[in-house]
Design a protein around this ligand. Sequence first.
Ligand code: BG6
Ligand code: MG
Length: 218
Amino acid sequence: MKRKGFIFDLDGVIVDTAKYHFLAWQRLAKQLGIEFSEHENEQLKGVSRVRSLEKILSWGNKTIEADRFSELLDKKNQDYLSYISKMNENEILPDVTRILAHLKANHQPIALGSASKNARTILDMVHLKDQFNAIVDGNDVSKAKPDPEVFLIAAKQLNVDPEACIVFEDSVAGVEAANIANMISIGIGSKDILGHADYIFKDFTEIDNAFIENLINR
Ligand code: BG6
Ligand code: MG
């Protein structure tokens, strides 16, 4: 049995939290009088909190003081945390646990590669933390996706070459990061948005165990 490295993004891949990030950013943008729709939101998926606020401000041609900037970051995170405060296993996306179990049964190393500083809290809330051999999140990196840093650190922690890693991602920036890292990118979402991924599936229900085995043996 070959040994690959399977790296999962968190928000929008393992758990259905992308919608809460969207709601919290939309609320903040509205307060600033900046246009913010699903279209703009696609460009924030996978992107760090700081970088996201920078982007929103630039779309509105606004500059603000450093203090106000951190205040807004804080406010966004408070809103986000209130949305996820009652989160439990029900927010795990369909068939994620099947895929994780199948990888485990095949002795494959599994990592989390997320931009979120809330990643560990969320994995605790949905009781999935034990499923990961390595967890790399927004607290461990200095460069936001599409920089490949988060995935390269994950590969290193799994002790697997980047070329032997497979990344599951729902964001434009994350697929780009995986491609730059020379990893196989699997887009979870729409073909219109994730066309640059090596494979694209609507969600994990479309990925069968044989596909996973092919990835392991390729
Ligand atoms: C990514 C999300 O996973 O994490 C982004 O796709 C989010 O929407 C980013 O902004 C940072 O998350 P957090 O929890 O640190 O604000
Ligand atoms: Mg994501």
